[in-house]
Design a protein around this ligand. Structure first.
Ligand code: NI
Length: 169
């Protein structure tokens, strides 16, 4: 299991690099990410959140006991559409901070799996939101960038405390 890096860690703010080759180091990385996601109780986790600037994220699967997690390497959206919908989001790199984020509800994503094969998935439910949240991480974008001004204000003290805690480390 790896440690989650917290805002304002620089790894969360840079554009992650594409994975050139799926080798043993990527397999190890993915295994650690899945373990960390489960241990922290997240539904998704992006590599920059454990300080690795690579375009990889994982999500939980359908079954409660795990084992059917999804791995997205070099993901890209083929389609994002629908009217913007607001819904509350949190992030393991922003503990105790929650806010309403507007996203389009329908997405088709393409990525490479751990087996090296390209796949596409479609969602008009929670996963469409989750994918957008995780791809944002790969582009150095956090939910605090997408929150309404009111939600930013509501979370201002917690955000300051988090930033102060990181600086003192
Ligand atoms: Ni997040």
């Amino acid at each position: 299991m790896r440690t989650i890096v917290m805002h304002p860690h620089p790894a969360l703010r840079s554009r992650a690099l594409p994975v050139a080759k799926i080798d043993a180091s990527i397999e190890t990385l993915v295994g650690e990410m899945i373990q960390t996601m489960h241990d922290e109780g997240g539904i998704g986790l992006a590599a920059p959140q454990i300080g690795v600037s690579k375009r990889v994220f994982v999500t939980v699967g359908e079954s409660e006991d795990g084992g059917d997690e999804r791995v997205f390497i070099n993901p890209k959206f083929l389609l994002i559409d629908g009217l913007l919908e607001a819904s509350e989001e949190g992030c393991l790199s922003l503990p105790e901070i929650r806010g309403s984020v507007r996203r389009q509800p329908h997405a088709v994503i393409e990525a490479t799996g751990l087996n090296g094969e390209i796949f596409t998935m479609e969602s008009a439910e929670l996963m469409a939101r989750c994918w957008q949240h995780e791809v944002d991480h790969l582009d150095g974008i956090l939910i605090i960038d997408r929150m309404s001004p009111i939600d930013r204000l509501v979370n201002r003290k917690r955000l300051r405390a988090l930033e102060a805690a990181q600086e003192s480390e």
